[in-house]
Design a binder for this molecule. Structure first.
Ligand SMILES: C[S@@+](CC[C@H](N)C(=O)[O-])C[C@H]1O[C@@H](n2cnc3c(N)ncnc32)[C@H](O)[C@@H]1O
Length: 342
């Protein structure tokens, strides 16, 4: 097995610095460069582990959606606390799994031998396809295969630079991954970056390789008409999107399919599912997912919003606490039947 870290650039210590804001730790580099505004502390790592369990249940324990039987090399863009990457590496011990993240802070202490989690690395390129697409996907799975040479980036240099920040051009060798996963990075990808981000992913894929993308549309919904604009959950959703509107496209989950198709991918398949905020559903499976998700939502409503609301919208801390407390109550209220589109 080759060492995928060969040739990487030594980690700049500025990536390691954190700043504490309203009691949570953030990566100073991400804040300074307006990359990502989520916390990177132990609480957030725990929440991401919990959220991963929610996803596993929602995806019927499938870590990989496309029909890949013996993957040799997989890239995870924005690995977070590493739960997905670790499980994939364990499930496919003969596969090299490489994770890239702008922040190393939530990286697990112990990882399988075939997993490399790095913050400074040369990226690779590939291309994808989708088969069939539906608008308004909650969670979008992007399956892509490399099509033909015309999708490769002609004459581009893949040397120099790093792809620790996914907003920067990937420097992995072209055609080197069987699968690229990108999950919940919308709040860290610049609004205008999406087309070139997907092109970079396509470039590092092997011919016939696949892309898998998952994003939550942070707009709490209910199908029974009981959730109004006056509800705290609706206000939280609107403010969260507004707080990052100038920088990020938090609705991108609804258009991943078209982005992939535009990038030349084929066999594009998108799927929209409901992620219940608590165990309100009469459907046993959805009720179980909602019940597990309740604790994640409780933490998420504060974690994802505390920096954007208090520092970017300048909301007083006391007002933030009231809004989050009301939103949590509503999330637990079975009559509202609230869910995130995924
Ligand atoms: C919400 S977490 C999701 C983590 C993981 N993908 C999962 O599904 O559990 C977002 C992660 O993406 C990373 N991230 C966000 N924007 C990034 C960027 N532009 N470049 C690299 N990593 C980024 C963050 O540091 C964080 O670890």
């Amino acid at each position: 097995m080759t060492d995928p870290e060969a040739g990487t650039v030594e980690l700049d210590t500025s990536y390691l610095e954190t700043v504490t804001v309203e009691g949570r730790d953030f990566q100073q580099y991400s804040i300074n460069h307006r990359i990502y505004f989520g916390p990177v502390d132990d609480d957030e790592a725990e929440r991401l582990e919990l959220q991963h369990r929610v996803f596993n249940r929602a995806f019927d324990d499938r870590l990989i959606f496309p029909p890949i039987h013996r993957p040799r090399r997989i890239l995870d863009c924005g690995y977070g606390a590493g739960a997905w990457a670790v499980e994939v590496a364990e499930q496919y011990p003969n596969c090299e799994v490489i994770g890239v993240d702008v922040s190393p802070h939530m990286k697990p202490d112990e990882t399988p031998e075939n997993l490399w989690l790095q913050v400074s690395t040369p990226l690779v390129s590939l291309f994808c396809q989708f088969s069939g697409q539906r608008e308004m996907c909650d969670i979008a799975f992007v399956g892509s295969r490399s099509l033909n040479e015309s999708f490769l980036d002609n004459g581009s240099s893949f040397e120099g630079g790093t792809v620790d920040d996914l907003n920067r051009r990937f420097t992995f060798s072209p055609g080197s991954f069987d699968l690229v996963q990108s999950r919940l990075v919308a709040s860290g990808i610049h609004r205008t970056r999406w087309p070139s981000y997907i092109r970079d992913i396509v470039r590092v894929l092997r011919r016939g390789g696949w892309v898998q993308m998952v994003e939550i549309y942070f707009n709490v919904q209910s199908d029974n008409g009981s959730l109004t604009e006056r509800h705290a959950l609706s206000q939280w959703s609107a403010k969260y999107r507004a707080s990052l509107e100038d920088l990020k496209d938090l609705r991108v989950g609804t258009r991943l399919g078209s982005l992939l198709t535009t990038a030349g991918l084929v066999d594009v398949e998108t799927k929209m599912i409901q992620l219940p905020l608590s165990g309100w559903s009469s459907d046993p499976r959805l009720r179980e997912i909602g019940t597990i998700n309740q604790q994640n939502v409780h933490k998420l409503l504060s974690a994802m919003a505390i920096y954007p609301f208090t520092q970017r919208l300048h909301m007083p801390r006391s007002e933030f606490e009231v809004l989050v407390a009301q939103a949590r109550q509503e999330a637990n209220n079975p009559s509202l039947k609230a869910y995130f589109p995924l």
